[in-house]
Design a protein around this ligand. Structure first.
Ligand SMILES: Nc1ncnc2c1ncn2[C@@H]1O[C@H](COP(=O)(O)OP(=O)(O)OP(=O)(O)O)[C@@H](O)[C@H]1O
Length: 398
């Protein structure tokens, strides 16, 4: 986790208004954002297209200038700085882009050397730095080739090496993995994580994918119409999202909870009492679940679920069929509620609609959704490009 807690980047009521299409119209791309990004963290900015993410991040290196409020980078308020005085601030900030923005007429080495040439580094020092960076991003064997011969992932590695060339303290990544396939995405996210851990660089990641946040971000801000509607530790935001927009994003990354359709099918197969129980590192682990059920003389069978990692901590849920006498099931549910969140779906004969802590809206734009539960005993493979999720379907006795 990040060591320091000072705000290396501070948005202070930062606002950016662009002229709109019609006469007198305006677009408030960033609307009075107040936010601190801490030194040494990987900070995610997530939002739908047009939410203002790119503009917010472009305020950090003054590619866009604020029209209200200010942005303070490493103690320097950018609002009133001249272009000349912005130069040293910009030198401390690297940036990578979705479309890589490499120079096609230069080799890989030439691309990485470019910012060093601009900064006036002597030849020998430049060559040594380029070799070091090629090594760091794992492209030592590609030094002399042209970008057109590289895969997307390799191009982004070159982009990252170029952004790191002048030893910045901050790296901005604007949808750096959005043009990449899932496997390459994982590689590039791993590289960004190494940049943060091994070089101590503060990384700001813009994304519209909650899986990116889940994989590497320490903290996250959720944007909507120019405003930050929620900000917090990634784990906290995943485990208890407060805003509807956040809930929808979380649902796209955690597909561990049964949708109404899946639940209906589970009920035809399992006639007992069905509950979904939150699992995290503090409470609700499967050991706690098993012990609680035993104490109440209730049998439990896992019928659906998934446990993944959020910010490198376990998180997810198990949907369990409970079978027991009289009030023992209700007592077991109450005992579980004392340690974690529980969605009580009732039984096939007496179903319950729930919207508890763990219940999330179905994602708007996620065509994948939860996998269909297979035949009893079937075990489905890991879900999605980011791995780490295992789907348990059928029936596994606790
Ligand atoms: N130079 C500009 N002139 C006018 N309007 C702009 C300009 N740049 C951005 N906007 C508008 O500001 C709003 C926020 O855009 P921005 O690109 O920051 O959003 P975003 O969340 O990064 O979206 P995307 O993921 O699609 O890039 C949008 O309505 C956009 O049309």
């Amino acid at each position: 986790m990040p060591a320091a807690t000072s705000g290396i980047i501070r948005f202070q009521g930062a606002t950016k208004v662009f002229p709109g299409r019609g006469k007198g119209a305006e677009v408030r791309a960033v609307d009075e954002v107040t936010l601190d990004i801490r030194e040494g963290e990987i900070f995610g900015v997530i939002g739908q297209s047009g939410a203002g993410k790119s503009t917010l991040v472009r305020l950090i290196n003054a590619l866009e200038r604020t029209t209200g409020g200010d942005v303070v980078v490493d103690g320097v308020a950018l609002g009133s700085l001249s272009e000349a005085r912005l130069r040293p601030v910009r030198a401390g900030i690297g940036m990578v882009f979705q479309q890589f923005n490499l120079l096609s007429s230069r080799t890989v080495s030439g691309n990485i050397a470019y910012p060093l040439e601009v900064a006036g580094w002597p030849r020998a020092k430049r060559d040594a730095r380029v070799a070091e960076l090629l090594d760091f991003v794992g492209l030592a064997d590609k030094a002399g080739v042209y970008p057109s011969t590289l895969s997307g992932g390799q191009k982004q590695r070159v982009g990252i090496a170029r952004a790191l060339a002048t030893n910045p303290r901050i790296l901005l990544a604007d949808e750096a993995t959005s043009a990449l396939d899932p496997e390459t995405t994982r590689d590039v996210l791993d590289l960004l994580q190494r940049v943060n851990r091994e070089l101590g660089i503060t990384v700001v990641v813009i994304t519209h994918e909650m899986d990116v946040v889940r994989s590497i971000c320490h903290r996250v801000a959720v944007m909507e119409r120019g405003r930050v509607v929620e900000v917090g530790e990634a784990y906290q935001v995943f485990s208890s999202p407060r805003h509807d927009t956040t809930r929808r994003f979380v649902a796209t990354a955690l597909r561990d909870r049964p949708s109404p359709e899946v639940l209906a099918r589970l009920r035809t197969r399992h006639t007992g009492h069905i509950v979904t129980v939150g699992v995290d590192e503090v409470a609700g682990s499967s050991a706690v679940l098993t012990r609680t059920l035993r104490e109440h003389g209730v049998d439990g069978t896992v019928v659906f679920g998934g446990i993944t990692e959020v910010a490198e901590r376990p998180y997810g849920s198990l949907t369990v069929e409970l079978v027991g006498d009289g009030g023992s099931v209700e007592a077991a549910v109450a005992a579980l509620r004392a340690v974690t969140w529980v969605d009580d779906h009732g039984t096939a004969a007496d179903p319950r609609e729930v919207r508890g802590v763990g219940q999330q809206d179905a994602p708007d734009a996620d065509p994948v959704g939860p996998p269909d539960p297979g035949a009893p005993g079937e075990r489905l493979p890991g879900n999605g490009p980011f791995g780490g999720q295992t789907w348990l379907t059928g029936g596994i006795d606790l």
